[in-house]
Write a protein that binds this ligand. Structure first.
Ligand SMILES: [Zn+2]
Ligand SMILES: [Zn+2]
Ligand SMILES: [Zn+2]
Length: 247
């Protein structure tokens, strides 16, 4: 009998037959396998939700999530200049609709570190292309999760050709800004391209003219204000935007 086995066959997993790394699962082992650890922490939590709270598996998932939490805290406290891949950065949580929790790199290997917090690591970038991951363009601006607030996005704010007309609708004829729509403080990242960040949305959404410019529910810049480049309309494909909804 040959002593060699496919490495995947040797991978045991605490999820046993519930491990999705291959059909029928893996032999039951003492640890969660690398493939399962690459699932989003949210997915892991829902995977163990059906187990009794006292089960070993629940304890293992909790311990793994604590490990992830310690990891991002360590990089911040020690100012290492590096951060965990955004898929493992528990401190970078976003609402479900803006979070890549359905991304599964389908790999046993661990994530790499990133220079800019909120980015995908090199491995995940590659896998997102190979698999492929359909929501990547919806959720990521390049490799970075989220988008600049629409007020901070040069693609929307520039008055210079080929991008026009900038924020003409928020300016008087002489070019002075209309009241105080523009943010004076800092902005957060927005969940979609062409959307207000949560700071700006909270600051502006009660204003009477808000709905003229932005979707009242989402803070997306309305399609009729979207910015036209030569032959192409940047704001037009903003996901979730619906002309008939909420205006
Ligand atoms: Zn597994
Ligand atoms: Zn990664
Ligand atoms: Zn903002």
């Amino acid at each position: 009998m040959s002593g060699f086995k496919n490495p995947a066959d040797l991978t045991a997993c605490a999820f046993g037959s519930e491990c999705d790394s291959k059909p029928g699962g893996q032999p039951e082992g003492p640890e969660i396998c690398g493939w399962c650890k690459n699932l989003s922490p949210f997915v892991l939590s829902s995977k163990v939700a059906k187990y009794p709270k006292t089960s070993t598996l629940v304890g293992l998932v909790d311990a793994y999530k604590r490990e992830l939490e310690q990891e991002y805290r360590r990089h911040i406290q020690e100012r290492t200049g590096l951060f965990p891949c955004v898929t493992k950065d528990i401190g970078y949580l976003r609402p479900a609709a803006e979070d890549p929790r359905d991304f599964n790199p389908q790999s046993y290997g661990p994530c790499g570190l990133v220079l800019h917090r909120g980015s995908l690591c090199q491995r995940c970038i590659q896998r997102a292309v190979q698999i492929p991951y359909p929501r990547r363009n919806e959720l990521f601006d390049g490799d970075m999760l989220g988008f600049p607030c629409v007020f901070r996005d040069m693609r929307y704010t520039s008055d210079n050709p080929p991008i026009t007309p900038g924020w003409q609708f928020l300016k008087e004829k002489d070019g002075t800004p209309v009241d105080d729509w523009f943010p004076k403080g800092s902005c957060k990242r927005a969940g979609r391209k062409g959307r207000l960040c949560s700071n700006c949305y909270g600051r502006l959404c009660e204003r009477s003219r808000f709905g003229q410019y932005f979707n009242k529910e989402t803070g997306d810049l309305r399609a009729d204000w979207s910015i036209k480049t030569v032959g192409k309309e940047i704001g037009k494909k903003t996901p979730g935007f619906n002309m008939s909804a909420g205006f």
